[in-house]
Ligand binder design. Sequence first.
Ligand SMILES: Nc1nc2c(ncn2[C@@H]2O[C@H](COP(=O)(O)OP(=O)(O)OP(=O)(O)O)[C@@H](O)[C@H]2O)c(=O)[nH]1
Ligand SMILES: [Mg+2]
Ligand SMILES: [Mg+2]
Length: 260
Amino acid sequence: MAKSKYEYVKQFERDDSLIPNTWLVIRIDGRGFHKFSERHQFEKPNDRRALDLMNKCAETVMTEIHDIILAYGQSDEYSFVLKKECDLYCRREAKILSTIVSLFTSNYVFLWKSYFADKELQYPPSFDGRIVQYPSDNNLRDYLSWRQADCHINNLYNTCFWALVHSGKTETEAENILRGTLSSDKNELLHSLFNINYNNIPEMYRKGSVLVKQEIDFKTLNQKGVEVIRKKKIVTILHVDIIQNKFWKEHPELNIITIT
Ligand SMILES: Nc1nc2c(ncn2[C@@H]2O[C@H](COP(=O)(O)OP(=O)(O)OP(=O)(O)O)[C@@H](O)[C@H]2O)c(=O)[nH]1
Ligand SMILES: [Mg+2]
Ligand SMILES: [Mg+2]
């Protein structure tokens, strides 16, 4: 068929292919979730239902996009890791990013009622997203360590802050008490004032959520009606340390080199 005279407009499109053989990390983050969490009366500092909803959305994304090998989530953010050799959409950045962000967001709205049966969604939430390429396994591990350390620092601070506020301090007073304190001071404050042992707080709040795929055997019937065993990958959720080597050694399928 002859080309239409309009087709030249395709020349204006940019090549946004990501470079080959690099880990791809897609991080999405709730837009204005400070306000969103207030409007929906999320529990402070951690709302289990809100986090469970985030985890379910991530699980759906991971199940749908086969190239995602690992995901890590905390607060209103999720990071998805695509394997180095991934050729999804010929590694075109906009296609990969927009698919993951929209799939996550539509699931968030679609599944809202299953997690918040008693709360109407007040307005449509949105998520931003970016893709970062990491050339080495260590870069990828440092990225994930950075996010998990961020989860820990924020959670320790927020746990102290809301314990102080719930005990009658104003938000300004709580801020002043916590200004300049070290982790050890915060642990001590929780223990001495509120009899809270920080290590007993649920691991999901302290460590965030790690999603991996596990291969399992399942029984099914083939075309002749004979029972056969097939393999399939299911997404498993963990709340574990991903900074130390232990996790990476326990998951050789992720193909991350661990230096002992
Ligand atoms: N109460 C409560 N709030 C939460 C929870 N998880 C996330 N949030 C809120 O979401 C915010 C997420 O932080 P950011 O992503 O840095 O801030 P943001 O308001 O989403 O702003 P942008 O991401 O820049 O659009 C936190 O500061 C909290 O206010 C939760 O479990 N409970
Ligand atoms: Mg946000
Ligand atoms: Mg955030």
